[in-house]
Design a protein around this ligand. Structure first.
Ligand code: SF4
Ligand code: SF4
Length: 202
């Protein structure tokens, strides 16, 4: 998955997929500061293997020669992305590449709007993409993150209540065929994709 500035997995993305409201200010900063979870080297290898999303991504995005070059263009976003990566143990800051789009106009508008690829049509797509500061989607992303947290809290609360109501501390109070242990495992499985965002503490 090559969603711009998103460092999660397909699984997480699928669980949040939805129509996007029209909140873009058309500043063009995300078009000049794209990054991906995969390194540039990995993207090139995927292109060699015929991966369509990697091909689409590199058809529009050109890598900056260095992080410093990207910093000259979008300093606040480079700062933000580098901070995010520093907090992750599954990403290496030395492997990060920033990209700028070949089709963004000097005014920040998309010159291929009608045929822009999926990663652009769906960005930011969910609450966890690292969008440039003051992006028009900031409030919407906040709402998405809160919604996700509420969903997980409700799940944990419900599992806790079932444990309290269990007649023997082993079986589900309403579905005796289900063991509480299975319920616990199901909850852990549900919150696992969000672990990197702190889901164990929500
Ligand atoms: S940074 Fe946000 S407001 Fe600016 S162009 Fe990208 S999506 Fe639109
Ligand atoms: S194709 Fe258009 S929307 Fe996508 S990054 Fe380029 S300018 Fe932005």
């Amino acid at each position: 998955m090559f969603d711009m500035n998103y460092y999660g997995t397909d699984e997480e993305l699928k669980s949040e997929k939805q129509d996007l409201p029209d909140l873009c200010h058309k500043c063009g900063r995300c078009c000049r500061s794209a990054t991906t979870f995969n390194s540039y080297k990995k993207l090139l290898a995927l292109v060699e293997q015929g991966d369509k999303e990697a091909i689409d991504f590199l058809e529009i995005f050109e890598p900056y020669a260095s992080i410093e070059d990207a910093r000259q263009v979008v300093p606040d976003q480079v700062e933000q992305v580098m901070k995010t990566i520093a907090d992750r143990d599954d990403m290496d800051a030395n492997e990060v590449t920033f990209y700028h789009c070949r089709y963004v106009s000097p005014e920040g508008l998309c010159t291929i709007y009608e045929r822009r690829p999926r990663c652009c049509r769906e960005a930011p797509g969910h609450g966890w993409s690292v969008m440039p500061p003051n992006c028009g989607f900031e409030g919407w992303q906040f709402e998405q993150r809160e919604k996700q947290k509420r969903m997980i809290r409700d799940l944990k609360t419900s599992a806790y209540i079932m444990e309290q109501l269990s007649p023997d501390g082993v079986h589900h109070p309403v579905r005796p065929d289900t063991k509480l242990e299975d319920l616990r495992l199901m909850v852990l499985e549900k919150i696992k994709p969000w672990k990197m965002f702190g889901s164990h503490y929500w």
